[in-house]
Design a binder for this molecule. Sequence first.
Ligand code: MN
Length: 365
Amino acid sequence: MNVLVDVTIGPAIEFIRKIKNGKVAIVHGHDNDSICSAAIIYRLLKKIHKIEPKLVASEFNYAISKNVLNEVKKLKAEYVIAVDLAEINVDLLTELRNISQVMLIDHHTPRGYVKITYVNPRNYDKSIYLPATYLCYKIYEKLADAKEILWIAGIGTLSDMGLKNCKDLFEDIKYHHKELIGNNENIDEILFDKSLLGKLAKIFDSARVVNGIDGAIAALDVLLKTGNYQNVLNGEVSGSKKLLDWYGLSEKEFNRLLKDFSVKKKTIKKFVLYEVKSKYNMKSALATYLSKKMSSEVLVIYQKSGEYTDVSFRRGPVSIMDLNQLAINSIIGMPDSNGGGHIQAAACRFPTRYFKKFMGNLKSI
Ligand SMILES: [Mn+2]
């Protein structure tokens, strides 16, 4: 494991070392793994090179969007570091590469990108699961004292369910901030619902849930402003009061949806389907929570927004279905759609007019 991590992050350390005083853009998505990765890299560059990178939010949570290229051009960034974003269109990447040196830190299925610094543990072991935040934490640790970012590393890694292979991080957190882990004997998913670290993860995620991309940007801003999670919990950092308000709203809505799920869920073969009807983007958090209550079923939690339907796939602990493959198969024959993710958690998006086709695809699996 350690060897694999070292081999993976080696080129990242070289990339960061050579930056020295260039202009840097950090490109990120919207979920906790992405914003925590961005915060860790930002803090590292500030600490060792005394530079303040610019932050660029990608329009999508899974891909580098066109707006990123425009922003990078505007900023005249010589270095671009993208975190937890799996996809980039070839033409876009070519253009980006022509103006900047590019590093991608990701942990989704590798895409074979060339002429960039591509940091992805799955280039070496295709089934290894190490969240982007964990990789950023290991990079930080090689170049500076990681004690000050442990809590951020914990939030991002826990939120992406990266507990199994990242035990050293959680042992460190337990050692330096016992109260974040509490009396939990085992380092596993129980932390999400039964620890202060889990509560922090939910607080930061609620920004995205309630306010989408703007919320994610606000949450990331809080991560950059304080070295101390206690200040966040007390609402003392600027922006953190707002976060706590969003957390309150999203907890209330979450509980309403749990009740609604128990009444309205539908079962088809191995699939348990549920449509989230909410003004907030709750499906991913809901799917993750509910998956622990399943056994061999696969949850299909979907939400319509505008002309598109977004779907989160999660599986019960006993299921062995490959959800990355399921997400890809579920959108076969649908233009303007995309899908993928990880074996144990995946997502897709398609124009709602194909909903019948989507159901047909699921039934044929
Ligand atoms: Mn991730």
